[in-house]
Design a protein around this ligand. Sequence first.
Ligand code: ATP
Ligand code: MG
Length: 425
Amino acid sequence: MLTTGPRGTKDILPDISYSWRYIENIIHELCQQAAYQEIRTPIFEHTELFLRGIGETTDIVEKEMYTFTDLGQRSLTLRPENTAAVVRSYLENKLYATLNPAKLYYIGPMFRYDRPQAGRYRQFHQFGVEAIGAKDPSIDAEIISLAIQFFQRLGLNDLTLQINSVGCPVCRPIYREKLQAFFKDKLPSLCKDCQSRYERNPMRLLDCKNEKCQELSQGAPHIIDCLCEECNDHFEKLQGFFKAANIDFIINKRLVRGLDYYTKTAFEIEYKPLGAQSAVCGGGRYDGLIEQCGGQATPAIGFAIGLERTFLALEKQNLLPPKDDSIKIFIAPIGEKAKEVAFRLVYELRSAHISAETDYLDRSIKAQMKSANRYQAEYVAIIGEDELLNNQVMLKNMKTSEQELVSIDDLKNKLVDKAGEKKND
Ligand code: ATP
Ligand code: MG
């Protein structure tokens, strides 16, 4: 117990945390270039927010939430996703007064009581984007293109973008009736979940993962064939933007989001080589959500990308970046007096923004050279007795094995120069 983390959680260990920062840096850079601003909301919220903001008939709310009562008897929930919280913050902080549309993004952990397997965890991370306040399909196109550009920057190919429209409160009720009529005599053969979905949330009959249900849903009517004029026009225009920018997409008529506040555009990005857990991004328009959360009716659209699955895809394509490649120096003192000099050097080098490390275990010089290699030092500065007497270090280039005596007072400038050269390479 004490030496194992909770099921479905994962430590991000030192050998991989560098890659996480690499991905996060790409996110920050991309969002900055596209004029999206970062928002950081709390890890937990009132349970009520998710009941309203995700929907009581969704898998997340029905089976996946980490809900607890705090010592003040409040019901709180670890966020299973972040759109509802961003909307809550948008309303609470009146972001609409200054940002229109509000173009926001977040990166952070989410919590769901999912069945752990490859690409599915109980604590996982999402990069998400929300644009609140615009109804034009141009913002749908921008949001989706941002997800595409994120994967492009990472070098990931072989992704498929699937889009659909789920209509609006004008056209959906008509579709809903058609769908129920289609499933009516199949009802007894559907799984238990689907039987309860039939009344409460029939569109979700289309995305049940049960094989039998999938079979029975063949030939079901598609919402896209029932769209009202406005929704149809929106969907056509969205495709026009993609064509103008040469963004490939396929229309997946079965892609649904069952709740009333999801409207028009729905999309997913898939990386097929991941197998069962192949969805790396899901998103769509939610024109009804802000009102549902107590605000004025406000159109909005967003997506969430699963970072663990992105990571798995990067590993598969061998695209994780090399570890830190900044200039690094290892200071190897021999003897007590040399340790003081080593300490001073490390201190001064770090003050000059040079990465420096030393020995803390009174290791032999041979063992220190091994530590230097493990640290991937480009240089080692050895401070032996002779060097100490002459106020020098023996500077060894670990790649070429060249050695030279360098005065302690010059060492810092020399390395600063080398770091500068490396940067301009
Ligand atoms: P799935 O059908 O795979 O459960 P979902 O519809 O629940 O996905 P969304 O709520 O749309 O997923 O979340 C957006 C993205 O977050 C997903 O495409 C996926 O990449 C990631 N994601 C969702 N749940 C998990 C999880 N338990 N572990 C890891 N990543 C996840
Ligand atoms: Mg899920």
